[in-house]
Each structure stands twice: as structure tokens, then as C-alpha cells.
Design a protein around this ligand. Structure first.
Ligand code: FES
Length: 104
């Protein structure tokens, strides 16, 4: 799955993050530029319910607005009530694009 940096310029700088939703391919993630040239893509539907989890840049984690579950950048649960981690997809940058590899 290709994410063009021209569509999400905030992802050019380390620390930048953006919600990327491509409904046609059922993609709903937050892409984070974790450190120079390294990216991650974290699934953004909470594993507790169906709420959309948002990235909190100051704390470098994902937080659910519904019941307060928190997840690390690696998807692991930091705080319940969610019990299962968020999926995290291998993500690489190539030129002006970030590619998300999601298993089918
Ligand atoms: S739906 Fe996310 S914590 Fe309940």
C-alpha cells in the first residue's frame, strides 16, 4: 500500500504522524515517522470496541477516546480495558513514498 508524502507532508519530518484511511482496501492506520527515515503503521481500530484510536505525539502512544485504552508504538497494550494489541505493519520509505506491507 503506497502512501505518498506529497499527500501527507507532515510525515516528512521525524515525529510526524498522520491518520491514513483508504476504505477501498480496508486500511485504517496511523503512520508515524518514528525516527530519521523509519516509519511504522499502527492499526487504528481499538481491539476493545470499534472506536478509532488516536496517536498522542507527546507521549508516543495510541489512546482510545472511548474507554481510555493505551497502546505503544509497537501496538502492545499499555493500559486496558483492551486486552489485545493493535496490529503493526512493516513500513518502509522509498523516495517520496511510504509503503505499508499488510499481510492478506
Ligand atoms: S473501545 Fe477502545 S477502550 Fe473501549
Amino acid at each position: 500500500m503506497e502512501v505518498k508524502l506529497s499527500d501527507y507532508p507532515v510525515l516528512r519530518e521525524p515525529g510526524g504522524s498522520a491518520a491514513v484511511r483508504i476504505p477501498e482496501v480496508l486500511l485504517d492506520v496511523v503512520v508515524v515517522h518514528t525516527q530519521d527515515g523509519c516509519y511504522t503503521a499502527i492499526w487504528s481500530i481499538c481491539t476493545h470496541g470499534a472506536c478509532t484510536v488516536a496517536y498522542v505525539p507527546q507521549e508516543r502512544l495510541m489512546e482510545c477516546p472511548c474507554h481510555g485504552s493505551r497502546f505503544g508504538e509497537d501496538g502492545q497494550v499499555l493500559r486496558g480495558p483492551a486486552a489485545r494489541p493493535l496490529s503493526v505493519f512493516r513500513t518502509i520509505r522509498e523516495g517520496e513514498s511510504v509503503w505499508i506491507f499488510r499481510p492478506r
